[in-house]
Design a protein around this ligand. Structure first.
Ligand SMILES: Cc1cc2nc3c(=O)[nH]c(=O)nc-3n(C[C@H](O)[C@H](O)[C@H](O)COP(=O)(O)OP(=O)(O)OC[C@H]3O[C@@H](n4cnc5c(N)ncnc54)[C@H](O)[C@@H]3O)c2cc1C
Length: 290
């Protein structure tokens, strides 16, 4: 490996200047739980590492516009420990808390999970189901993007050179709204999802679903927002027939690969089951949210 430079800027502007001025391969370093492994195995050999964990905007969780904004360098454990956040977004919090061991969760970030662009990333379906938007800062200033538009395929993102995901904005929570995330893995812990399913829904005061977002992970080249699955819930009381239609729509949307964790057929079937179970959990939570 050639010589590597490590920088830990205190502002986003300096981080962007460092990244956009780099002549060789430059990488943002958040928790390092993906990047350091990629470096150790020689998959990436950056000349410049820009550590973003010392930038205040990227490490805080604040109330904004009736919802929450959290920095892309906030660790999964910090999200979990923020009581108001975890209560408002139990599905996103449980997705973040599935990432690795306690040691990993203390370092790993949702920003890194998204920008690493693994199709099996756990927090990404939950983030998309939550209608999160990302605030991105780069050499041409700041822009907002839907989270579903950031990862484009395995290891690939729509970020331009020098761009950093600074933070995520989650919208306000109406009454009777909740989310849930479930994943299936071959072991009980510390494995990559065979299927992940994030469901976010809102009920009116008669218990009818007025809004839903359904997102699948690990069944395509990137997380899939499945409108047909959400439509199976909207306008219903999320009864058994609606859940059955949801399950069928989720399975129909999958375009998975075969690998050592599961065949295509298996993933398609499990996706329907996981989505139905996640929706039932979100429904139960939504009924109890005032
Ligand atoms: C033992 C172990 C278990 C794991 N288990 C899971 C699991 O169960 N589920 C799961 O989804 N993942 C898992 N992972 C993978 C990893 O922990 C997660 O993907 C984690 O969220 C990555 O976050 P990070 O902050 O460590 O990212 P880093 O490793 O710091 O960065 C990852 C990539 O994203 C880029 N990046 C990071 N932040 C930004 C930003 N703000 N803007 C632009 N680019 C950025 C980096 O340059 C790098 O290319 C596991 C890893 C290990 C080692």
């Amino acid at each position: 490996m050639s010589e590597m430079r490590y920088e830990a800027p205190k502002t986003l502007e300096s981080a962007v200047a460092l990244l956009s001025g780099a002549t060789g391969l430059a990488r943002v370093l958040a928790g390092g739980s993906d990047l350091l492994i990629q470096m150790r195995t020689g998959r990436v050999e950056p000349e410049l590492l820009v550590d973003i964990k010392g930038i205040p905007e990227m490490t805080s969780i604040v109330a904004e516009k009736g919802g929450f904004r959290f920095g892309a360098a906030v660790s999964c454990m910090e999200l979990h420990e923020h009581k108001a956040f975890a209560q408002a977004w139990p599905g996103l919090t449980e997705a973040a808390m599935l990432i690795g061991s306690y040691q990993i969760k203390g370092r790993a970030t949702v920003g890194g999970n998204l920008c690493n662009a693994s199709p099996a990333a756990d927090s990404v379906p939950a983030l998309i189901a939550a209608s999160a938007t990302a605030s991105i800062v780069g050499p041409n200033g700041r822009r907002e993007a839907r989270v579903e538009d950031i990862a484009t395929g395995p290891g690939k993102t729509s970020l331009a050179k020098g761009e950093i995901v600074a933070s995520f904005l989650l919208p306000p929570r109406p009454a009777h709204a909740a989310d849930a995330y479930l994943r299936f893995i071959p072991r009980t812990e510390m494995d990559i999802a065979v299927v992940g399913a994030g469901v976010n829904l809102t009920l009116n005061d008669k218990g009818v679903c007025t809004h839903a977002r359904v997102v699948l992970g690990a069944v395509a080249e990137r997380a899939l927002l499945v409108a047909e699955a959400a439509n199976a819930l909207i306008g219903t009381k999320v009864d058994a027939a609606a859940l059955q239609r949801l399950s069928a729509a989720a399975s129909a949307a999958c375009r998975p690969i075969d690998d050592k964790r599961g065949t295509k057929e298996y993933r398609i079937k499990v996706a329907g089951v996981m989505t139905r179970r996640a929706a039932a959990i979100a429904l139960d939570r939504a009924r109890r949210m005032n």
